[in-house]
Every structure is written in structure tokens, then in C-alpha cells.
Write a protein that binds this ligand. Structure first.
Ligand code: PEP
Ligand code: MN
Length: 330
């Protein structure tokens, strides 16, 4: 950590700052200059524990915590073993998750699931609880839909990935599904992160629009601190509402791939907002090194109650997987 000091501090003020710092960070090595103090703490968590107090010391201008210091668990985490979950037949290490935005109706969901499996998908989007901007919009089937997910898992053997929007949903999700999705809106819902981490399933963590790499990895840090270490990061773009405006933030996705060994996948559907724009986004993510993709695809996107505009038809999805194959990851 670098602590930048206010200009023009008197020798007595510098001394007071340095003495206070030693009291806050026992056992720590310091390199002092008149302009800044460099801090090497015995354990990085100590810096986060004391950060607010350090910032509050007289004489302190700004503090800079490196990614390693702020997110020690995320930057040192070993990649989770997803082999048993995703049964990557023929796939290298690439994770391909697809399905409708929400589970809406059993017959077409099961039919889509079978076709997606045949197209090489290993994980099924299986959301029952939808975080919608308007309370008047379709909220998902809720607990009544678990039966459909059970049937889809039985029929296809695919892993079911489902979004949790509340801690209350977690016991049932853990019984029926294979992976918990934390949506972009809930990336900063720290109590939900703690509870999801402890629920015993791997967790897929979306980046919130506008969130920095550090904020995203700090949310992963919650999952790693309170859970079993099986975390997948998912980049999904910087906008909730404007198709064609933002797209995937491949810069942040690439930075996350460089910073952590956790898998980092991309969701081109929510980034694009329009199915015509999804394939280019998906291929760009693969070229940038994504460890996988989560894509909305269903039998009848035109009649979907949610996100139909950005959902690929099954033939469009199959065409996209052929293009992905050409890039050598599938
Ligand atoms: C979703 O994947 O269904 C979803 C709601 O996405 P996001 O949280 O990225 O908006
Ligand atoms: Mn959606």
C-alpha cells in the first residue's frame, strides 16, 4: 500500500502520523519519504481491516491498495475443478452455458434443453427468479418452476445454473440446481454473496455495469472468504437497458483473466441486448481469451416474456457454435 501525504507537513506532524501508523499496523514494514509511505503488511487483510482508520489519520492525502492487497483470495485462488459439473465431453476447458433468459413453460424448455445439449452445451440457464426493473414485469416462475428444472436435468444430464435474488431461495436451489448465479444487480449485495457462498454450490458472479475490476474481484473475495472457492466470473457489459450501446467490456474481462486463475466467462446476450449483435460479441470474447460463454437461446424467442429480443433461436445458436469451433476452443 502507498499512503500519499499532504504537501508541506512539518517534521512533528510527520512523526505523529508515523507513530499512529505503527499503532494501527503492528508488525509492519514501512518505507517513509516526505511525500509518501510505502507499507508492506505481514498479511494483506490487515490493510483492508485498517484502511478507513489509515485514511482518517491527520496528514494523509490518499491511499492506494494494490489488487493483491485488496483481493488476496481472488488473486491467489486455484481454479475450481468444474469437470464433474460440466462433464466437458469433447470440449477443452471451455464452459458453454445456454438457455432462455427465464424458464417459462415446461414443454418448450425441455425441447430447447435437448437441442442445446446436442449443440454441445454443458450448462443450462435455468432461472426462476428474475430481477426485473419493473415490479409489473414477469418475475419468473418462482418455486413452482423447480419441478421443470428437475425434469430438464433428468432428461439432459446438464448442469442447471439458476439466479438467486434472495437468501430465502438458496435451500431449494441447493437441493435442485448445480450452480448459483449472482446477477449484475446483486454483485454488491454482500449478504446474498455470503449466503450464496455458504450454500454449497459453485457460484457464477456477474460484473455489475460500471463496476471496476477491483469492485468485481472484491465481490468474488466475499464468495471465496465465506464459501468453497468454486467461483466463476462473468462479464456482461456496462448497460442494463440500451441495446447496441455498450457491449462487453473486454478490457475488464481481459484484466480479470490476467489477475486471477478463476474462470472468466462472458455473457454476450445481456451485453448486446439484440440477437443480431450477439454472435460478434461472443466471438470477440472468445478471441480475447474468455474461458466460456453464457448465451440466451431458446425455441421461441419471439414469444418470450423476458429478453426475447436478445435471445438466439436454436439454429442461430448452432450456427454460432460452429463459428466458435473454428476458433479452436470447443
Ligand atoms: C440474466 O442472466 O438473466 C441476467 C438477469 O443478467 P444480468 O444480471 O447480467 O443483468
Ligand atoms: Mn436475460
Amino acid at each position: 500500500m502507498i499512503i500519499k501525504l499532504k504537501p508541506g507537513l512539518k517534521t512533528g506532524e510527520l512523526e505523529r502520523f508515523r507513530r499512529a501508523l505503527v499503532r494501527l499496523l503492528p508488525g509492519t514494514e514501512f518505507t517513509h519519504t516526505r511525500a509518501f509511505t510505502k507499507v508492506a503488511a505481514p498479511r494483506p487483510q490487515l490493510l483492508s481491516e485498517r484502511l478507513a482508520a489509515i485514511e482518517n489519520l491527520p496528514g494523509v492525502d490518499t491511499t492506494e491498495l494494490s489488487l493483491e492487497e485488496a483481493c488476496p483470495l481472488a488473486v491467489t485462488a486455484a481454479p475450481p475443478d468444474l469437470e464433474p459439473l460440466f462433464k466437458r465431453s469433447g470440449c477443452r476447458n471451455f464452459i458453454l452455458i445456454a438457455g432462455p433468459c427465464a424458464v417459462e413453460e415446461e414443454k418448450s424448455y425441455l425441447a430447447a434443453a435437448k437441442k442445446l445439449k446436442a449443440a454441445g452445451v454443458q450448462g443450462l440457464r435455468a432461472s426462476l427468479f428474475k430481477p426485473r426493473t419493473s415490479p409489473h414485469s414477469f418475475q419468473g416462475l418462482g418455486t413452482g418452476g423447480f419441478r421443470i428444472i428437475k425434469n430438464a436435468r433428468r432428461a439432459t444430464g446438464l448442469a442447471a445454473v439458476t439466479e438467486a435474488t434472495s437468501e430465502r431461495q438458496l435451500p431449494a436451489i441447493s437441493r435442485v440446481c448445480d450452480m448459483i448465479q449472482i446477477g449484475a444487480r446483486n454483485m454488491r449485495n454482500y449478504e446474498l454473496l455470503k449466503a450464496s457462498a455458504a450454500a454449497g454450490l459453485p457460484v457464477l458472479l456477474k460484473r455489475a455495469p460500471g463496476a471496476t475490476l477491483k469492485e468485481w474481484l472484491l465481490s468474488a473475495e466475499y464468495l471465496l472468504k465465506y464459501g468453497n472457492g468454486e467461483v466463476i466470473l462473468c462479464e456482461r457489459g456496462d448497460s442494463f437497458t440500451k441495446p447496441g450501446k455498450c457491449g462487453l467490456n473486454l478490457n475488464i474481462m481481459r484484466a480479470a483473466l490476467n489477475a486471477t486463475a478463476l474462470p472468466v466467462i462472458a455473457d454476450p446476450s445481456h451485453a448486446a441486448g439484440d440477437r443480431a449483435l450477439v454472435p460478434a460479441q461472443a466471438l470477440a470474447a472468445v478471441r480475447a481469451g474468455a474461458d466460456g460463454l453464457m448465451i440466451e437461446a431458446s425455441l421461441n424467442p419471439e414469444t418470450a416474456l423476458v429478453d426475447g429480443r436478445q435471445t438466439l433461436t436454436i439454429p442461430q445458436f448452432i450456427a454460432l457454435t460452429k463459428q466458435i469451433k473454428k476458433l479452436g476452443v470447443l
